[in-house]
Design a protein around this ligand. Structure first.
Ligand code: ADP
Ligand code: ZN
Ligand code: ZN
Length: 731
């Protein structure tokens, strides 16, 4: 039968394209279509009876690549939703969502290692009959003696012709070959039996919703047993043949976590993240599609995997900003995951000690259910929090005397201290004390940061390097010096103030490779370190039982940042770091250095009462009409020629104002054009225009009407623009 199929092609194009197709390719399958003078691979997204084009003008699908759908209709719905919601062409969303091999038309199933085992006939077979085929005999004997399936790593030693030998054995019916999807051979489940009362309650609530959509937030500090609850509910979802997806922040994915989940559930765990090769991504993608991967742990892009029978999604550290993609399709994995759960009618579980205010708001308005895990499963007390008032106590450098004396005390008693520096951006910068000149990047609106490692000044935006200088180029004063608190600076200060202290730094510079990070963590665990100095990387995922003192520096910029989420992120980080420390016998102490010691926010931190903080901050957001009480979209523009970005936004703003409002009062607010907080990156001048509406649906309608105008505004040569729905990064 002949019909019309509507095809999405994985390029930056807005519409679907109509083709005739005989036989009609099923929805979700790949087809090759004529496209201009080229051939393109596309996905059938819809069937249609009629087309806007005259039927005799429609071109014909050249070939159908897949008999069965590659993308389920559920997944197609979520992809189309993401395209609409984030105002991106469906083709662009497909490019983001699919591994390269699938986009270029390779076979669905990637190549896996083949493993061989003896058949029943083979078991009874007498090896002496193979005397004239030496390699075959060796292979046969090896398989017989090992009595299990063997792969290339075991077989290649028997001789260079081992593959042919095994083919011959297979032809004789002595050996069967199969793909090896995993190295894991589990020995059953290993879940903790005696859950605490609150863990049990959380588990029961979620299990009751296993075949329906519900959104749960497990709120509990690190060590309160959240992961154990995830594992219990995932185990249940697997029992009925379902699959589970666990999303973790970029930094949260570790071999230890994979190992733990694998051992607990007794099934292989497949991982998916940006560090994999195309081939590895293709493998995980196929394992999800075929249902062979029962549990996938992945970072944000795993939210687009094509599961055969997804039954639960868990998002650990739900508040983490790495779930939002900052380029091309600006999707938030949390939002896409929610859509998949609603659509697929299964529960979604968020877990964190410090939920995003969006999620707290959702809970308050009945869209999510909070399950509290108030105690650490390991019975470690939460640390006490004390403030060091910087308006009273003088510091010669970054560390106050009280903090230094606390650190010394810990070193004496063989305990560890952790100094957490909020934001790597507050690193040592070069300043002239006489005229206040500071060293800046020539291409970006950024102060240069001094790096001890190569004694150069680095730009953290474009990575350019500049020589260090002693003399101020403006007033020629010889007294230019380093200013600001960076990890390197604190490290030196510690070495100066506490001679002999063993200090280790954990930041992006020292831990570019995962292995280096692991090595440093190991030294800390072994007690080869007295003081850890670090940034954000320390606030996630790891527990440091021998750390009994946490010092927190540089919190104050949260009070005067331009980003309305700065305070939320600050409090999340402080509580996350505080939760890294201590063990059963010895609870930790946290010291925060601040000028704002009388702020209410610190009362919440002192009481480890994140939800009270969230209440306070939500009130502020409501008064200021900011998310989650408002929905934002940010139009960014940048250009090599100063002024062009503003001009583009000016025209964009005019068209925005001219879009007719379906409703009597203006439902969409168009803000003023502003320079971006970082005004220049790599010589591109940056500006932005915010629009917002209290109703997400109004905003979507508006953006849909606005976008065609944006694409049509005549662009001067080097201008680039992008639209970011629900922006989290305002820099
Ligand atoms: P979270 O995910 O909240 O950080 P975990 O689930 O990782 O917490 O639990 C922290 C530690 O406590 C782990 O070592 C875990 O094995 C252990 N644990 C969790 N639940 C229990 C329990 N009910 N009884 C004993 N130990 C538990
Ligand atoms: Zn000067
Ligand atoms: Zn730069």
């Amino acid at each position: 039968m002949k019909g019309i199929v509507r095809v999405a092609v994985p390029i930056r194009h807005w519409s679907l394209f109509d083709y005739t197709c005989e036989p009609v390719a099923s929805i979700g399958s790949r087809v090759i279509v004529p496209f201009g003078h080229r051939r393109m691979l596309g996905f059938v997204v819809e069937h249609a009876e009629t087309s806007e084009y005259p039927e005799d003008k429609l071109r014909c699908v050249i070939s159908i690549l897949d008999e069965a759908p590659v993308l389920s209709s559920l997944l197609i719905h979520s992809l189309q939703w993401a395209a609409r919601y984030y105002q991106q062409p469906i083709g662009e969303v497909l490019s983001t969502a699919l591994p390269k091999a699938i986009r270029v038309g390779k076979p669905l199933k990637p190549k896996f290692d083949i493993v061989y085992r003896l058949t029943e006939v083979g078991q009874q077979f007498d090896a002496s009959e193979l005397n004239r085929a030496k390699v075959q005999k060796k292979a046969f004997e090896l398989l017989k003696s090992e009595a299990r399936a063997l792969g290339p790593e075991a077989l290649r030693h028997i001789g260079s012709t081992w593959k042919n030998a095994l083919k011959a054995l297979e032809a004789k019916g002595l050996v069967t070959a199969e793909s090896r999807y995993t190295h894991f051979s589990g020995d059953g489940q290993n879940l903790i039996d005696d859950l605490t009362d609150s863990q049990l309650k959380a588990r029961e609530q979620i299990l009751r919703a296993l075949d329906t959509y519900r959104c749960f937030l497990i709120q509990g500090v690190t060590g309160s047993g959240k992961t154990e609850v995830y594992l219990h509910v995932i185990a249940k979802a697997l029992e009925t043949g379902g699959q589970a997806l666990m999303l973790v922040p970029e930094i949260g994915l570790s071999p230890q976590l994979e190992q733990r989940v694998q051992t607990a559930l007794g099934v292989p765990v497949t991982s998916f993240h940006s560090g994999l090769t195309d081939a590895q991504r293709h493998k995980t993608w196929w394992l999800a599609l075929s249902g062979k991967a029962e549990v996938v742990i992945g970072t944000r892009s795993a939210v687009f995997l094509p599961f055969k029978n997804l039954k639960i999604i868990v998002i650990d550290e739900e508040h983490d900003t790495s779930f939002k993609q900052q380029e091309r399709v600006h999707y938030h994995a949390r939002s896409v995951a929610l859509h998949r759960a609603v659509n697929g009618k299964f529960p979604i579980v968020f877990g964190t000690a410090t939920p995003s205010l969006e999620t707290v708001h959702a809970a308050r308005s009945g869209r999510a259910e909070i399950l509290l895990l108030p105690e650490r499963a390991t019975r470690i007390e939460m640390p006490t929090v004390k403030l060091i008032d910087l308006s009273r106590e003088r510091t010669s450098d970054s560390l106050s005397n009280s903090l230094l004396s606390q650190i010394k005390k810990r070193i004496k008693s063989g305990e560890q201290s952790l100094i957490f520096i909020n934001r790597r951006g507050f690193a040592p910068v070069v300043i002239c004390p006489s005229c206040h000149w500071t060293a800046k990047c020539t291409d970006c609106d950024a102060r240069l940061i001094f790096h001890q490692s190569d004694h150069q000044l680095h730009c953290h935006l474009c990575f350019k390097k500049f020589p260090t200088l002693r003399q101020c180029p403006q007033c020629l004063s010889e007294s230019v010096h380093l200013f600001g608190t960076g990890t390197q600076r604190v490290e030196q200060e510690l070495q100066r103030e506490i001679p002999g202290a063993r200090v280790i730094r954990i930041d992006r510079d020292t831990t570019r490779s995962y292995n280096e990070f692991e090595r440093r963590l190991e030294r800390i665990q072994k007690g080869e370190v007295d003081v850890l100095v670090g940034t954000q990387m320390l606030s996630k995922g790891h527990h440091f039982p021998n750390v009994t003192l946490v010092g927190i520096l540089n919190v104050d910029q949260g009070f005067y940042s331009m980003d309305f989420r700065a305070m939320e992120h600050l409090v999340q980080q402080v509580l996350q770091v505080a939760g890294r420390s201590g063990r059963a016998q010895k609870p930790g102490e946290v010291y925060i250095q601040t000028m704002y010691s009388d702020s209410e926010y610190f009362d919440c931190i002192r009481d480890h009462d994140y939800l009270s903080f969230a209440e306070l901050e939500l009130d502020e957001r409501r008064k200021a009409n900011q998310p989650p009480f408002n929905n934002y979209a940010l139009l960014r523009a940048n250009s090599l020629v100063a002024g062009e970005e503003i001009e583009y936004l000016r025209v964009a703003r005019e068209t925005a104002m001219s879009i007719p409002d379906k409703h009597s009062n203006r439902q969409v607010r168009v803000f003023d054009i502003v320079q971006s907080p970082i005004q220049k990156i790599s010589n591109r001048h940056r500006a932005q225009l915010l629009v917002g509406s209290t109703h997400a649906a109004f905003l979507m309608q508006f953006l849909k009407a606005w976008l065609p105008h944006l694409a049509k505004i005549p662009k001067k040569g080097k201008l680039r623009w992008s639209l970011d729905v629900d922006p989290v990064d305002f820099s």
